[in-house]
Write a protein of this length. Structure first.
Length: 520
């Protein structure tokens, strides 16, 4: 028999493993007031919907729940529902029961990219991962994509009677009446998907979607923007978006203690209370959290005291600025200022979830080093192949009797993806050093200028053809968009949208290509 002490230890370990991040925050006295994830439940007993997807073929929606209480999302249900069409994430549900769901961000100070000003929605399958070997999907945010809730319940706000003068807020009633000034946040992100645009955020923002002044936000930022604060190295950095400034420390300047962090999976933490705030972070797949800043609030008008309004944003700035990119897997906001010990326990839970990468491609293999051609599968156009005339990419009829020059312009060499080696890039066979890339959603053949933007624009992730033939060639940085021929010209197009080449009619056929050998 085991001694009692050993049995007790086993029970304690089992309890810790079973506890979700929000169970741990509650045990620390700082309960979750918003909890969002498309990959897993964040409470050990949660069995409700994690997120909703909308199908491109008929507009139908379905909710995706965990496979079991406290478990990983049922990715197979999504895959089945979205088979042979596209799907978008329409809602990321709040797991706390407070109704703080995230939906398509409406117009704000910076209007969104759609005709009506709303932001784009994320591809449901744009960020595949595994958790303890089980497949799930994150939220891949391309520039122009964003989610928001401006009418929240329980998110930290300002009270002139309490937070401006007292630390902490006066009494427990403040935590019931909307005067929840202290807050904590964490998010699990992709440490390799970022840019310097404004602003890839998750957290507390203005309820008007407009810039209402210094200190009206307190959100996690991840990226390598150098406009305001910076950390050591070249970034990316975890910083705080406090509105009109990204802060790595007490000023908008350099905080050398805020380290560049490039782990594939990143845990990012920002927390704040009257007079004090902190940045913490670490590798979400192993190890512990580091503290990059903990101390006084910026000594600049508007930031101390804060003016938090209590909206929640994901992937955008508080005024709906939409220039940033990143990938979100899970995150929460708390009532109260969590202790480092509580956050350390949450980090252990995140590590135990064992986030790992999985394939970004599917369908017939397109091998690096091979020379290929792409034949259209739309009934009108099965003799047409992707080729180029100068820098313009188009489709042309190519046969065995075509000129050598035409055959060469319709042939491409497959290389490892310039921005992500899990995907591929296509080098022109007749213009060495030039690649297919998208620019303003049109496909071009341009020389590689070595910039990160070019590399991203020239990286594509093939998947099984939507019409059942060959492959659909999806843009890595815009996974809602795939190679499409439209009036014989080539675009990266979405399944429905504001551009004429985004038309839903014949979309599945127009984005499906038979990949064959290059022309001799």
């Amino acid at each position: 028999m085991f001694p009692f002490s050993s049995l007790l230890a086993l029970c304690l370990v089992a309890t810790l493993v079973a506890a979700g991040p929000c169970d741990l925050y509650a045990s620390g006295g700082t309960p979750c007031v918003a909890a969002h994830s498309t990959t897993r439940a964040l409470f050990s007993a949660f069995t409700g919907s994690l997120y909703q997807v909308k199908r491109g073929s008929d507009g139908a929606t379905t909710n995706i729940a965990p496979l079991s209480a406290g478990g990983v999302a049922n990715a197979a249900a999504q895959d089945s529902f979205c088979a042979s069409t596209t799907c978008l994430i329409t809602t990321i549900f709040d797991q706390t029961g407070r109704g703080n769901h995230l939906t398509q961000a409406p117009p704000g100070g910076f209007n969104g990219p759609e005709a009506n000003g709303f932001d784009n929605l994320a591809a449901a399958d744009g960020a595949p991962v595994t958790l303890n070997g089980q497949k799930a999907y994150g939220v891949f945010i391309s520039p122009g994509t964003g989610y928001r809730n401006d009418a929240t319940n329980g998110i930290a706000t300002v009270s002139l009677l309490t937070c401006h003068t007292l630390t902490p807020c006066a009494d427990s009633d403040d935590y019931l009446q909307g005067r929840r000034c202290p807050q904590g946040m964490y998010a699990v992100l992709d440490g390799t998907h970022f840019n310097g645009g404004c602003c890839f955020d998750y957290g507390n923002a203005e309820t008007s979607a407009h810039d209402t002044g210094n200190g009206h936000m307190e959100a996690i930022y991840f990226g390598n923007s150098r406009t305001w604060g910076t950390g050591s190295g070249n970034g990316p950095w975890i910083m705080a978006d406090l509105e009109n400034g990204l802060f790595s420390g007490v000023t908008t300047g350099l905080n050398s203690a805020d380290q560049t962090i490039t782990s594939r999976f990143v845990t990012a933490v920002v927390k704040g209370e009257p007079g004090t705030w902190a940045i913490r972070g670490g590798n979400a797949a192993s190890g512990s959290l580091s503290t990059f800043y903990s101390g006084a609030r910026p000594n600049v008008a508007g930031y101390n005291p804060m003016h938090k309004e209590g909206a929640i944003i994901l992937g955008i700035g508080g005024d709906n600025s939409v220039g940033a990119q990143g990938t979100f897997y899970e995150g929460v906001m708390t009532s109260g200022y969590p202790s480092d010990a509580t956050e350390n326990s949450v980090q252990s839970n995140v590590v135990a979830a064992k986030y790992a990468t999985t394939s970004l491609t599917s369908g017939p293999a397109i091998s690096v080093g091979s020379a290929v051609s792409f034949r259209a599968t739309t009934a009108c156009c099965t003799t047409r192949f992707i080729a180029h005339t100068g820098t313009a990419v188009n489709t042309q009829v190519v046969t065995s009797s075509s000129t050598s020059a035409l055959k060469l312009s319709a042939s491409w060499t497959v290389v490892a993806g310039l921005a992500n080696s899990a995907c591929v890039s296509f080098e022109s066979r007749d213009t060495a050093g030039s690649f297919i890339r998208h620019f303003n959603f049109a496909l071009l053949v341009n020389a590689n200028d070595g910039t990160q933007q070019f590399k991203e624009d020239a990286t594509f992730c093939p998947k099984a053809g939507l019409n059942g033939q060959g492959n659909s060639i999806r843009a890595w940085g815009y996974p809602t968009r795939s190679f499409r021929h439209f009036n014989n010209n080539l675009f990266v197009a979405s399944n429905g949208g504001v551009n004429t080449f985004d038309a839903a009619a014949s979309y599945n056929d127009d984005v499906s290509w038979v990949v064959g050998a290059a022309f001799a």
